[in-house]
Design a protein around this ligand. Structure first.
Ligand SMILES: Cc1cc2nc3c(=O)[nH]c(=O)nc-3n(C[C@H](O)[C@H](O)[C@H](O)COP(=O)(O)OP(=O)(O)OC[C@H]3O[C@@H](n4cnc5c(N)ncnc54)[C@H](O)[C@@H]3O)c2cc1C
Ligand code: SF4
Length: 546
C-alpha cells in the first residue's frame, strides 16, 4: 500500500473536500490521501429516504457522539452528544446549509470590545475567497442584499419568503428590527430588502422538506465533491481511506512533521503514512484532541501546545428559541421549506458586539401538514380543514455570539468511541453579565412574537454545542497567543496546517461553514505558492548535485 503523498489530509468533511479539489484542479497528478475515521454512508438513496420519511430514521445517526461519550462541566451544559456526523462527508451529511459571511467587525472583536480575540486577517483578506466559496457551495442569495460589502453577485438567486414570513416582517417593522439594511439612495428612504437567508444547494432543488436526507443531492454534501474527485480520471493520485482514525501526528524535528499513524478499523492494523504537507481537517473537536495526543520529544505537551492553548477558547452558538401560538390559522399557512427564508442582521453588528451579537431568523411554522397523508389516513375534508385552519405556531430563533475565554476548554476524556476517536469533555461557563445579556436578548424575541398578536408558549436559551464549535486551535500572531499563524499553519512547524472551524478566533453570530470554505480556498492559494517555491528550490538542488 502506498505510504508517501504530497498531502495527507485528516478528515473527509467540507474543509478536506475544498482543499483536495483546489489542489487537484491546480495540478492534476498531485498525490493526496484523505483519512476518515468514520464509515461511508450512502447518500441520495431512495430506500434510506423512504425510511426517513416514514419512520424519521436517518442513516447516519449511529455516527453521532452518544451521551456517554461526551461530558460537559461548567455553569452551562455544552451539548456534545447527537450532533456531529463522523463519516465520509462529515457534518455536511446533515447540515442545514445556511451560508452567511462573517461581517468585517467579527475579525476585530478584541479591538472593538476588549474581549475575545482579533483575527490575524481582515474581512478584505477573505472577500474574494468568499466569492469562491459561494460559487463552490452554490449559494442562493439576494444580490440586492447590502448587509455586507461584496464584489460579486451570488451564484444562484434566493428562495422567496414564505407566506408566514410576511406577518413577522410587519412585527419587525413596528419594532425597528431591520431586515433591510439601509437606503438604496441615501435620503430617499427607499429601502433594500435583504433579509433572505442564503442557502447552499449543490444541484437544483426539486422538492421540499426532507433536506436532512435529500433524495436527489440538492443540498450540498462534501461527499458529492469527494465522489466526483475519485471518479475523475485526471486525478490519478487521489485516494480516500474510510474507517481510518488517525491517532498520532509524528514529527522528525520540532518543525518538520513527517507522518501520521492511523488504525484500519476493518482489521485493527496500524499504518503510518508520510506527507510533505499534513493538514488536519478533522473538525473543531478532533483537531485539538489530536494535537494534544501527539506528544513527542520536541513537543512534550502535544504539537502546538507549548503555551497550553490547544483546546482553549472554545465557543459555539446557543440558540435563542421563542414559540408563539395562535388559536387559528385563517390563511392556511404551513411551512414550505425545511429551512428559514427570513432573517435579520439588526443585532449582528458592531454596535451589538459588546453585549454579544445575535442573528435572528424565522424558523418553522406549524401545522406542517402532509395533506395526502391525511387523506390516506381516511380523514374527511372537514377534518383536514380543521387541522389546516386550526391552531398554529410560529417559531422565532436567534444564534447568540459567545466570546472565547481561556478557561473554556475542549479536551479528550479517557476512552475511545466506536470509530477509535477519543471521547470528549467540554468545560464551558458564562459570566453573570453574559447570562443577563442572553436573557435580555430572549425578551426581545418574545416582544416580536407578541407584536404578531401571538401568545408566547415557550421561550428558552438552548445549550451551546457541537453544531458550530469553533476556536479550539485558534489563529493569531504568535505562539504566545494562538496555535496557528494567519495561514492556519501550526506555529513553529513548517508543514502542519489546521483547516477547521478550530482555527477561528471568533464565532460571530452566524453559521461557520461558508467562512471555513473561504479559509480553505485561501489555504489552497497559499499552498500553491509555498509548494511552487519549494519545488523550485528542490530543482536547483537537483541540478547542483548532478
Ligand atoms: C446539525 C448541524 C447543522 C449544521 N448546520 C449548518 C448550517 O446550516 N450552516 C453552516 O454554516 N454550518 C452548519 N453546521 C456546521 C457544519 O456542519 C460544519 O461547520 C462543517 O461541517 C465543518 O466541516 P469540517 O470539514 O471542518 O468538519 P467535519 O464535517 O466535522 O468533518 C471532519 C471529519 O473528520 C473526521 N475525523 C475527526 N477526527 C479524525 C481523526 N483523528 N482521524 C480521521 N478522521 C477524523 C470526522 O469523522 C469527520 O467526518 C451544522 C452542523 C450540525 C451538526
Ligand atoms: S428542498 Fe428537497 S431537493 Fe432541495 S435540498 Fe431539500 S430535500 Fe433536497
Amino acid at each position: 500500500m502506498k505510504n508517501q503523498y504530497d498531502y495527507v489530509i485528516v478528515g473527509a468533511g467540507v474543509a478536506a473536500a475544498t482543499i483536495a479539489k483546489g489542489l487537484l484542479e491546480h495540478k492534476h497528478d498531485t498525490s493526496i490521501l484523505i483519512l476518515e475515521a468514520g464509515p461511508e454512508i450512502i447518500a441520495k438513496d431512495r430506500r434510506f429516504w423512504w425510511d426517513y420519511i416514514t419512520r424519521g430514521e436517518r442513516p447516519y445517526t449511529f455516527t453521532y457522539d452518544q451521551k456517554f461519550e461526551a461530558d460537559s462541566t461548567g455553569n452551562i451544559e455544552y451539548q456534545t452528544d447527537g450532533v456531529r456526523v463522523k463519516a465520509y462527508g462529515g457534518s455536511t451529511m446533515h447540515w442545514g446549509a445556511w451560508c452567511l459571511r462573517f461581517r468585517p467587525e467579527d475579525f476585530n472583536l478584541h479591538t472593538n470590545t476588549g474581549e475575545g480575540a482579533d483575527w490575524p486577517i481582515n474581512y478584505e483578506d477573505l472577500e474574494s475567497y468568499y466569492n469562491d466559496a459561494e460559487a463552490f457551495l452554490s449559494v442562493c442569495g439576494d444580490d440586492n442584499a447590502n448587509w455586507i460589502p461584496r464584489s460579486k453577485p451570488y451564484p444562484v438567486p434566493p428562495f422567496e419568503w414564505t407566506a408566514a414570513d410576511g406577518a413577522m416582517i410587519e412585527a419587525w417593522e413596528q419594532l425597528d428590527v431591520v431586515y433591510q439594511d439601509g437606503d438604496i439612495d441615501p435620503g430617499t428612504k427607499t429601502k433594500i430588502k435583504s433579509g433572505k437567508m442564503p442557502i447552499a444547494r449543490y444541484r437544483k432543488c426539486m422538492t421540499t422538506g426532507t433536506c436532512k436526507y435529500c433524495p436527489i443531492g440538492g443540498r450540498f454534501n462534501a461527499q458529492y465533491v469527494l465522489d466526483d474527485l475519485k471518479n475523475d480520471t485526471r486525478f490519478i493520485n487521489f485516494e480516500v481511506r474510510v474507517n481510518a482514525p488517525v491517532h498520532k501526528v509524528n514529527a522528525s524535528s520540532k518543525s518538520k512533521i513527517e507522518s501520521v499513524t492511523y488504525t484500519d478499523n476493518l482489521n485493527g492494523k496500524k499504518h503510518t503514512v508520510y506527507g510533505d504537507t499534513i493538514i488536519l481537517a478533522s473538525g473543531a473537536y478532533n483537531v485539538p484532541k489530536l494535537l494534544r495526543a501527539s506528544k513527542n520529544e520536541f513537543w512534550q505537551d502535544g504539537i502546538g501546545n507549548d503555551y497550553d492553548l490547544v483546546g482553549r477558547f472554545v465557543v459555539s452558538h446557543s440558540m435563542l428559541n421563542v414559540v408563539g401560538k395562535a388559536k387559528s390559522n385563517p390563511n392556511g399557512w404551513f411551512q414550505e421549506y425545511d429551512f428559514p427564508t427570513l432573517m435579520s442582521h439588526s443585532y449582528n453588528t458592531k454596535e451589538h458586539q459588546k453585549k454579544g451579537k445575535i442573528f435572528m431568523f424565522k424558523n418553522r411554522t406549524t401545522p406542517n401538514v402532509d395533506i395526502a397523508q391525511l387523506m390516506i389516513e381516511g380523514k374527511t375534508r372537514e377534518e383536514i380543514d380543521e387541522i389546516v385552519y386550526g391552531e398554529m405556531t410560529i417559531n422565532l430563533q436567534a444564534f447568540l455570539e459567545e466570546k472565547g475565554k481561556f478557561s473554556n476548554r475542549l479536551e479528550a476524556k479517557p476512552g475511545v468511541d466506536r470509530f477509535g476517536l477519543p471521547l470528549t469533555t467540554v468545560h464551558f461557563s458564562r459570566t453573570d453579565e453574559e447570562m443577563k445579556n442572553a436573557n435580555d436578548r430572549l425578551r426581545l424575541l418574545e416582544q416580536v412574537i407578541e407584536k404578531m398578536g401571538l401568545e408566547v408558549t415557550s421561550s428558552r436559551i438552548d445549550k451551546p454545542g457541537g453544531h458550530h464549535t469553533t476556536g479550539t486551535a485558534r489563529m493569531g500572531t504568535s505562539p504566545e497567543n494562538s496555535v496557528t499563524d494567519k495561514f492556519m499553519k501550526v506555529h513553529d512547524t513548517d508543514n502542519l496546517y489546521v483547516c477547521s472551524n478550530a482555527a477561528f478566533p471568533t464565532g460571530s453570530a452566524v453559521n461557520p461553514t461558508l467562512t471555513l470554505t473561504a479559509m480553505a480556498f485561501r489555504l489552497v492559494e497559499h499552498l500553491k505558492k509555498t509548494n511552487q517555491i519549494k519545488s523550485k528550490i528542490e530543482d536547483v538542488n537537483t541540478v547542483d548535485t548532478i
